[in-house]
Design a protein around this ligand. Structure first.
Ligand SMILES: *[C@@H]1O[C@H](CO)[C@@H](O)[C@H](O)[C@H]1NC(C)=O
Ligand SMILES: *[C@@H]1O[C@H](CO)[C@@H](O)[C@H](O)[C@H]1NC(C)=O
Ligand SMILES: *[C@@H]1O[C@H](CO)[C@@H](O)[C@H](O)[C@H]1NC(C)=O
Length: 407
């Protein structure tokens, strides 16, 4: 290696994927006779508790040969669940009022209304695409519907996992048909020759898994817990249980459903959600929130090289701006305050990576992607205050300042 990592870092950066990605929007498939119970929450969400052995992943053709293994995994998860009055999870969702979780042997599935489902009806980012600096800054001049990113990336892998605490904000403004997201995303490459080097991003990020909080006007604007994966670099994005890629084992958390206690005032105490995406050596990728294991993505849903390791971990905020009437909307990212200009911005904190031997280590964030820094920005925080792991401040309030700059 005769180039320093610094100069390599300048050669390759990730850019926002401005070609808007397709979302596979077939609703979650299950037979109504497999519903064991239906719960209506106060905000109008409907949760079906569906037989855990009839979940969408068990019909996925890519997982046909793994079906017995998945059934065994589900059986051992069910055996490990304790019924009774024990606290089901530390994550409060709207539907928990009254009913803490689905009955044993079932999983909660949010009923979505296709006509108002912004996640399936709109397009989602593939925020990572290897490009060079000239490509990236050129793209930032485009007008029209687009994603704006205020994210930081670590590339000191390979990694077998990462965890971070996401701030739970109930956003002050989310324009109709838009969303604002705070998330952790792990990306792998299909380039088997790629030799991870500190700070260098891979040539492609074909395989990705993300988990985080997405807010959009649907029943309420509380943040909603969503996960997604792509196995084709973001051309196809599968949310939650769509596409049958995720094997859900938790009966306490409903993917896509609203979380209760988001902060709204800038001086409110901010609850944090610990999000982890991690795998054992030969095992699948698990997604955990506040230490509740939601389930896993079998490696076979990633036909390109099975996603054995992550080479880039991304975190921060993203907003979909639909550009109505030729104007940038004022949908907020984070808590609407933009670092470094504003005090008290939203902070993603305690980012820790896991190496291939399963050992956590305090990793460093090096690369920033801010596609509209005059309205949504991101800034590294020192690993200060005695807490372990890196932190990054992010966010902004959108608005006319986001107008495209002349090319
Ligand atoms: C996650 O757990 C922490 C610590 O128990 C708690 O303070 C926080 O509110 C939880 N997050 C959510 C979103 O419920
Ligand atoms: C980087 O920019 C140069 C010149 O604009 C272009 O020829 C090249 O294809 C770009 N590389 C990538 C990876 O986009
Ligand atoms: C660290 O503590 C200082 C002073 O209490 C505070 O202003 C700052 O926001 C804290 N940083 C983080 C990352 O929590």
């Amino acid at each position: 290696m005769n180039l320093s990592w610094c100069s390599l870092l300048l050669l390759v950066v990730f850019a926002a994927e401005l070609a808007l990605a397709a979302v596979v929007d077939d609703a979650v498939q299950f037979d109504p006779k497999d519903i064991k119970m239906t719960i209506k929450s106060r905000n109008g969400e409907i949760i079906d508790c569906v037989d855990i052995y009839k979940q969408p992943s068990l019909n996925n053709p890519l997982l046909k040969d793994l079906k017995h293994q998945i059934m065994r995994d589900i059986a051992s998860a069910v055996a490990g669940q304790q019924d009774g009055n024990t606290r089901a999870t530390t994550v409060e969702q709207e539907w928990h009022k009254g009913t803490r979780q689905c009955p044993m042997g079932s999983i909660p599935i949010l009923r979505t209304n296709p006509s108002v489902n912004y996640l399936t009806g709109s397009l989602f980012p593939s925020p990572l695409r290897a490009a060079n600096i000239s490509t990236w800054s050129g793209a930032a001049n485009a007008a029209g519907p687009r994603y704006e990113f205020a994210v930081a990336i670590a590339a000191n892998g390979p990694y077998s996992g990462a965890y971070v605490q996401l701030p739970v904000w109930k956003p002050a403004r989310v324009h109709g048909s838009e969303y604002t997201a705070t998330y952790l995303l792990l990306a792998g490459t299909k380039d088997t020759e790629f030799d991870p080097t500190p700070g260098v991003l891979p040539p492609d990020v074909t395989n990705q898994i993300a988990a985080g909080l997405f807010a959009y006007p649907e029943k309420d604007t509380n943040p909603r817990l969503n996960i997604f994966y792509t196995a084709d670099g973001g051309k196809t994005l599968c949310y939650n249980l769509n596409c049958g890629g995720f094997v859900q084992t938790s009966r306490a958390i409903a993917l896509g459903a609203s979380i209760v206690n988001g902060a709204s005032g800038v001086d409110d105490p901010v609850p944090y959600l610990l999000v982890s995406i991690e795998k054992s050596a030969a095992g699948p990728w698990h997604v955990l929130v506040n230490d509740t294991d939601l389930g896993y993505y079998p490696r076979a849903i990633f036909p390109w090289w099975m996603f054995p390791e992550s080479v880039a971990n991304l975190m921060g905020g993203t907003v979909l701006n639909t550009w109505p009437g030729g104007k940038h909307t004022d949908t907020v990212v984070g808590n609407g305050r933009r670092p470094p200009r504003d005090s008290k911005p939203a902070i993603v904190k305690g980012y820790v990576a896991v190496d291939l031997d399963g050992h956590p280590f305090p990793d460093t964030l090096e690369v920033i992607v801010h596609t509209a820094p005059n309205c949504y920005d991101v800034k590294f925080f020192d690993q200060s205050n005695g807490s372990v792991g890196a932190s990054v401040a992010f966010g902004g309030s959108g608005g006319p300042d986001c107008a495209p700059r002349p090319a």
